[in-house]
Design a protein around this ligand. Sequence first.
Ligand SMILES: [Zn+2]
Length: 208
Amino acid sequence: MEAAEGAKTVTVLRRLVAWSERIFDLSAAVIAPVSDRRPQPRIPTAVVVKSALVMFWARMGSLNALELSARAGFWKKWLAAPSCSADTMGRVHALIDAGELRQGIHHIYERLKRNKALPDTRGMGVAVVDGHESHTSYLQHCSGCLERTLHLPAGDRIQFYHRQVTLMLLWWLPSFEAFTWNSGIHRVSTDAARGARQPRADSPSSRS
Ligand SMILES: [Zn+2]
């Protein structure tokens, strides 16, 4: 049963890879331009980025789960190399240029727009900004850590922490029409919205 599930996952992954290459030119346009700051990299950055991509696609729970799959035939076909260790994944990702990664994401967005895969929202977009503190420590810190002084009963202590902000573009907001209507941004033409408001002087129903 488990082997059958595994084979099914690999088949879906192969299709996803083929589709991504065809639509987004994934390897050449998104992944190849991403670099990291290792002076003499033994494992190409692309191997590390592709491994992370598959980790998310296959919903593997951890870097260790990824490492366990390193010898699978799937990797040899797509990476022309085995996947890398959990340590390498962590180390290289800490050195990856985030700007190049963002350009890749922008390329995907552009392709989706050009292929009209994103719904027409009449020139409107809704973005959600979400902030997180990912971890804190009194003992360990890196050069990118923020720090704050906590006034504790036992005395002041410096705490190190990281913050991140994610911006998500929403295209399938269930009540997008209601949202824009309520905020007075533009006129809404859905029946539901008309029913909820008095007809406008220029709406079709007021002329009848
Ligand atoms: Zn840090």
